[in-house]
Design a binder for this molecule. Structure first.
Ligand code: PLP
Length: 472
């Protein structure tokens, strides 16, 4: 492709993206194509000669878009959202255009220093404790990971390094390491432990609000110590995936601090709510957390992938992840004057992800996100009221922010059938989960998450009317 053609096609593609986003609400939210359809529409063998750009654009419309779940759709109420603002899209484009690999400070100082700056900006905007700041009083700092799952794995590896260094109050020991979380924690905890070669997870009981019981955590740790195991890691969740339950981080920190156990707080979805002063309660207890993460793609519009991961002390993280082969050695790196982010993550190479966060903060500004969060929370509370007023439904869990979980009183099969029927219309998309209240049976729930940047109150109302019309 010549530079002239790049300019021409680039403009055409930006126009295409803008048309797609502005008209996405008119498409069915889910793809209806059967398995194998997408591949079947395209040539079985790779091209042997360059094709015109228009042929590629035609295939986007003909094959790719019909094969998409429209994550930017205003009636996308499924999972948690993955929003993409215009500034973030431009930041992604620029990242590709610059094409740098920021594995070391020396391989692009701007990539590292801009990242450190915007992650500190986010710590300030979210009002996080100073100990997480790279320019704070201690050895804390933040980094952009790809996902919350990678952040969780890094936290586990740092916690293990600290346990092996014998610097936590738990000290060095010989028994097998064991971790703690509730059944409501994200599966990334179990996966991270498995990747780390650590199979022991003690599932801690939760209360009727689906939040961890600190007394149960203390009892679990005591039981494990008595059996010769070494407690090393607890994951508290600030906004669980199934129901946005908030573990009582402050009370959990009492236990974790006394026991010398690493406390990681996973706020992948809900942490960004702290942009709004009235929602800063989501940060409760972070003063004593060892690590923390939240995902700006979910509720801030910073195109996936981008997870903000902070540690209060970088020493154990670096002990876990730092390896210095000769071919990566630089004089400035050796001097200790700079950060080499390769030592803060699993891969070596890294994209210039800070650009999309920087663009979003500078071009849309935090007030745009605050206004959106406030709308989403307010519409969700209104929605919960509508559901409570319909005697066919139960609201199954507290709904402090932008997710309501409900179920049909007629039982799990009816709830499953409702989700399926609503999704089949293509008008809205919902997802399911199963939760178990203490002493109760597992219950299938319909999750209604209001988190799309394009959603307006009328879409929430239409989503609820759709459920009502199909509820039987
Ligand atoms: N933690 C929580 C609380 C989540 O809700 C999710 C995903 O929704 C994750 C972790 C995993 O996110 P990621 O895709 O960034 O790994």
């Amino acid at each position: 492709m010549t530079p002239e053609a790049f300019r021409e096609h680039g403009h055409a593609l930006v126009d295409w993206i803008s048309d797609y986003i502005e008209q996405v609400g008119e498409l069915p939210v889910t793809s209806t194509v059967p398995p194998g359809w997408v591949r079947g529409q395209l040539p079985a063998h790779p091209p042997t000669a360059p094709e015109p750009f228009t042929a590629v654009l035609d295939d986007l419309d003909r094959v790719v878009v019909p094969g998409l779940t429209q994550w930017q759709h205003p009636s996308f109420f499924a999972y948690f959202p993955a929003n993409s603002t215009y500034p973030a899209i431009l930041g992604e484009l620029l990242s590709a255009g610059l094409g740098v690999n920021g594995m070391l400070w020396a391989t692009s100082p701007a990539c590292t220093e801009l990242e450190t700056l915007v992650v500190d900006w986010m710590a300030e905007l979210l009002d996080l404790p100073d100990r997480f700041r790279s320019d704070g009083p201690g050895r804390g700092g933040g980094v952009i990971q790809g996902t919350a799952s990678e952040a969780t794995l890094c936290a586990i590896l740092a916690a293990r390094a600290r346990a092996e260094m014998g610097t936590g109050a738990g000290g060095r020991g010989h028994g097998p390491l064991i971790a703690y979380a509730t059944a409501q924690a994200h599966s990334a905890v179990e996966k991270g432990l498995r990747i780390a070669g650590l199979s022991r997870l003690h599932v801690v009981a939760h209360d009727d609000r689906y939040a961890m019981r600190p007394d149960a955590l203390a009892a679990a740790i005591a039981e494990d110590r008595a059996a010769g195991r070494r407690p090393f890691f607890v994951c508290a969740t600030a906004g669980t995936t199934s129901t946005t339950a908030f573990d009582p981080v402050d009370a959990i920190a009492d236990v974790a601090t006394a026991e010398g156990v690493w406390l990681h707080v996973d706020a992948a979805m809900s942490g960004v709510a702290a942009l709004c002063p009235e929602h800063r309660w989501v940060n409760a207890g972070l003063e004593r957390a060892d690590s923390y993460c939240t995902n700006p793609p979910k509720w801030m519009g910073v195109t996936f992938d981008c997870d903000l991961f902070w540690v209060a002390d970088r020493t154990p993280l670096l002990a876990a992840l730092s390896i210095l082969p000769e071919y990566l050695r630089t004089r400035v790196g050796d001097s200790g004057e700079v950060v080499d982010y390769r030592d803060w993550q699993i891969p070596l190479g890294r994209r210039f992800r800070a650009l999309k966060l920087w663009f979003t903060l500078r071009l849309d500004g935090p007030d745009t996100t605050r206004a959106m969060i406030r709308d989403h929370v307010s519409w969700t509370q209104e929605l919960a009221g509508w559901i409570e007023a319909d005697e066919r439904f139960d609201v199954v869990a507290p709904h402090p922010l932008n997710l309501v979980c409900c179920a049909l009183r007629r039982g799990d099969d009816a709830t499953e059938a409702l989700i399926e029927a609503a999704n089949a219309t293509g008008e809205a998309l919902f997802t399911r989960s199963v939760v178990t209240a203490p002493g109760g049976p597992p219950r299938t729930i319909l999750r209604f998450c209001v988190g799309s940047r394009t959603t307006q109150r009328r879409h929430v109302e239409a989503g609820w009317r759709l459920l009502q019309s199909l509820a039987g």
